[in-house]
Design a protein around this ligand. Structure first.
Ligand code: C2E
Ligand code: MG
Ligand code: MG
Ligand code: MG
Length: 280
């Protein structure tokens, strides 16, 4: 085990697990209001390099702070926001906040970690949206090489060439690109061929099938080999148990995220974790 998840982290796991993931879709006005009232938060989940045990990156994940102090997971937020177009404004807030945080960590002298931000395809439909994204990154003072964009291959068969064109001004800054939820999408291979992807993130559903009753090891091996064969960094999502971690390491997976190491944490706790991790 690379890092002993401490009690605080388990507390957060419990808090995140207890968050209302499946409540009815919020009213669209509520989302706008939540943004205006400053009820959005970002938590950051560490990404660990298997060969060294080092935290090499974090993923920014949005949370909605409810009136009663509870935290809602984005499962309930993102689909509604994508459908209504609010995702553009939420996404801008997320990017602004994550870039500022990454710049701040660098200024604090924390060991450099890459900060990954999820981007919906709905956020890059129009040139003006892309211009705004470029502006946010540039204005934040972050070194663009520290920022990674995670694009999810949805069930929506969008034109990879068009997506590639849209992303170009962002990637030209030096921002890197990861393909999220690999194995769940519609046109993964054509996206991988056409986009300058540096990292693939294997969806949690493949990892959760490991060990215990199931054995999805061969499927996972094929995905890891494909990713590495294409020269990409391969990260496994949703690693919760030692046997899953052991299997991924045996398969040569480069890095992972999951409750086994840590859930997403508030920025200050994440900074403490990184500092502690770097001193081991
Ligand atoms: P994702 O990008 O695939 O993020 C990984 C999700 O898995 C996160 O859920 C994370 O909390 C959860 N997770 C991490 N480790 C484990 C584990 O060991 N076990 C289990 N069971 N779950 C784990 P979360 O935060 O609820 O986010 C869900 C999805 O919402 C994300 O999936 C992403 O697609 C979307 N999302 C989150 N934040 C944003 C955002 O700022 N913008 C956009 N466009 N989408 C976002
Ligand atoms: Mg993601
Ligand atoms: Mg993912
Ligand atoms: Mg996923």
């Amino acid at each position: 085990r690379l890092a002993q998840a401490d009690e605080a982290a388990f507390g957060i796991v419990a808090a995140e697990a207890g968050a209302t993931a499946n409540h009815p879709l919020m009213e669209l006005e509520d989302l706008e209001l939540a943004l205006k009232k400053g009820q959005l938060r970002l938590h950051y989940q560490p990404q660990i390099e298997v060969s060294t045990g080092r935290v090499i990156g974090v993923e920014a994940l949005v949370r909605l702070a409810g009136e009663s102090g509870n935290l809602e997971l984005p499962g309930s937020i993102i689909p509604a926001a994508e459908a209504s177009g609010t995702i553009t404004r939420i996404g801008e807030w997320v990017l602004e906040t994550a870039c500022a945080q990454a710049a701040d960590w660098a200024n604090q002298g924390l060991p450099p970690v890459r900060c990954a931000v999820n981007l919906s395809l709905a956020q890059v439909q129009h040139e003006s949206q892309v211009e705004r994204i470029v502006e946010i990154i540039t204005d934040s003072g972050v070194s663009p090489g520290q920022i990674e964009i995670e694009l999810t291959e949805t069930s929506d068969p969008s034109d990879p060439d068009e997506v590639s064109q849209r992303l170009k001004p962002i990637l030209d800054l030096g921002v890197s690109l990861a393909l999220d939820d690999l194995g769940t999408g519609y046109a993964t291979l054509s996206l991988l061929r056409r986009l300058p992807v540096e990292k693939v993130k294997i969806d949690r559903s493949f990892v959760s099938g490991l060990g215990a009753a199931h054995n999805r090891m061969e499927g996972l091996r094929a995905i890891v080999e494909m990713g590495q064969g294409l020269g990409l960094t391969v990260l496994a999502e949703g690693v919760e148990r030692a046997e899953q971690y052991d299997t991924l390491r045996a398969l040569g997976c480069d890095s992972y995220q999951g409750y086994y190491f840590s859930p997403a944490l508030p920025a200050a706790e994440l900074a403490t974790l990184i500092a502690r991790n770097a001193s081991h």
